[in-house]
Design a protein around this ligand. Structure first.
Ligand SMILES: [Zn+2]
Length: 421
């Protein structure tokens, strides 16, 4: 968009001040945030968000999953809204930026449009999705998942935390169980600004990540069964050592990842050894595997290679091995029109940018199932996230918000031009 709205810029200082205001809600001593979903602190930040959006002239609606949508009307309110959003909940030792910047940049876009007296064709909405993190109630991205039809409402309500409190009861308790049916709202498009949570942008000195999709992920559980025996009296050649076999298998997982580098990643993050005693040959080992790749066909080939190599390792060491796939999340491909809008915006504004695939899951991955969607990434220091030390530069966040503003306005023009009549 070179014409109308071409010179609009967000107010970087106001955006940063909003981020710092919300960072005080659940602030930790180490400079992070602990603001688990549906706690009193989550209620406090929601109340803050609703108050600021109301001041900005928005109408507020809350759906039955607690997703909050703040709407700034457009010229034609029969058009589905163009939405901007992310999440305000954090990990137990979370940072100040993950999720938060996506919601607050949306608020800043609305404030900027207000200041300029700019009227969009479609309404613009800013959305705070409930329970993106999934650290209190698993799984993650629960409420955007319900919105997109991946989970049903009652499944979400029945999720419990470690103390046995349910999602439904806690949502009710904090006063954010709304009336609107979750997912009833149709979106014209959805944009999510997020920190990269990886090291690529910083390493390449780029400001903007144009996110083309989310890579596919598969999770597995492996149990290796050998024979527990005395560590002193069992000769080496008569052992069925489950841990030695598992070590070989973990090496195979790494090899499968390396064979498909640089796009593939393969991780063993959890290992349990039984009986885990220094003078007993391990009889059983349990471990998990996390495989990811942007191309589902490559992911399938990685899985086949993995099975073959693990079975071979089991044979070699004389142990039994059971490999189970427990989760399969296919890759997500974002909308070409939205991606182009982000790319154009970054180019016009003169920011160094590159296309990339998200390594992590986000609300946008689910929303992409029901609306044209994309994401904008900005760098975070050393790629560190889900950590109190998470750090992003004010200038980079402002750049991301400016790209967001411009992409949203361009999409508004494009969708309005396409509407018949
Ligand atoms: Zn996030």
């Amino acid at each position: 968009m070179s014409g109308i709205g071409g010179n609009l810029r967000i107010d970087a200082e106001r955006l940063w001040a909003s981020i710092m205001e919300t960072a005080a809600i659940g602030a930790t001593e180490k400079g992070g945030i602990r603001r688990l979903t549906l706690t009193d602190l989550d209620r406090a930040v929601r109340d803050w968000f609703v108050a600021r959006c109301t001041e900005a002239g928005c109408s507020i609606s809350v759906d039955e999953l607690g997703n909050i949508a703040a709407r700034r009307p457009g010229r034609d309110n029969s058009l589905p809204p163009i939405a901007i959003g992310s999440h305000l909940d954090t990990q137990p030792t979370g940072g100040k930026f993950d999720g938060v910047i996506g919601v607050l940049a949306g608020l800043e876009v609305l404030r900027t449009l207000n200041d300029a007296g700019y009227q969009t064709h479609a309404p613009i909405e800013v959305i705070d999705w409930t329970n993106e993190e999934g650290s209190r109630f698993a799984p993650a991205m629960l409420a955007s998942g319900v919105f997109a039809g991946a989970f049903d409402r009652d499944y979400a309500y029945s999720r419990t935390d470690r103390e046995g409190l349910s999602f439904g009861a806690e949502l009710e308790r904090i006063g954010y169980r709304g009336d609107e049916v979750c997912g009833a709202r149709r979106l014209g498009a959805f944009f999510e600004l997020h920190i990269e949570q990886g090291p690529i942008l910083e390493a390449e000195g780029k400001t903007i990540g144009i996110v083309t999709g989310v890579q596919g992920m598969r999770w597995y559980e492996v149990t290796v069964t050998g024979m527990e025996c005395h560590a002193g009296s069992t000769p080496m050649h008569l052992r069925a050592d489950a841990l030695v076999a598992a070590a070989r298998m973990i090496g195979a997982v790494q090899a499968v990842g390396l064979a498909h580098a640089p796009d593939a990643v393969a991780t063993v993050g959890l290992v349990e050894v039984r009986p885990n005693s220094r003078n007993v040959i391990p009889g059983e080992v349990f471990f998990t595997i996390d495989l990811r790749h942007p191309d589902d066909a490559v992911l399938a080939a990685m899985e086949a290679a993995l099975r073959e190599r693990l079975e071979a390792a089991a044979r070699e060491d004389g142990v039994a091995m059971a490999l189970t796939r427990i989760w399969d999340s296919p890759s997500v491909h974002f909308d070409a029109g939205c991606i182009e809008a982000v790319e154009d915006a970054a180019r016009t504004l003169g920011f160094g940018a590159r296309r990339m695939v998200s390594g992590a899951g986000h609300d946008a991955a689910y929303i992409a199932r029901v609306a044209p969607t994309t994401m904008v990434f900005v760098p975070c220091e050393k790629g560190i996230s889900h950590n109190e030390a998470e750090k992003s530069e004010p200038g980079d966040i402002a750049a991301g918000a400016d790209v967001l503003l411009r992409a949203v306005l361009a999409t508004d023009e494009r969708l309005a031009a396409r509407k018949p009549g």
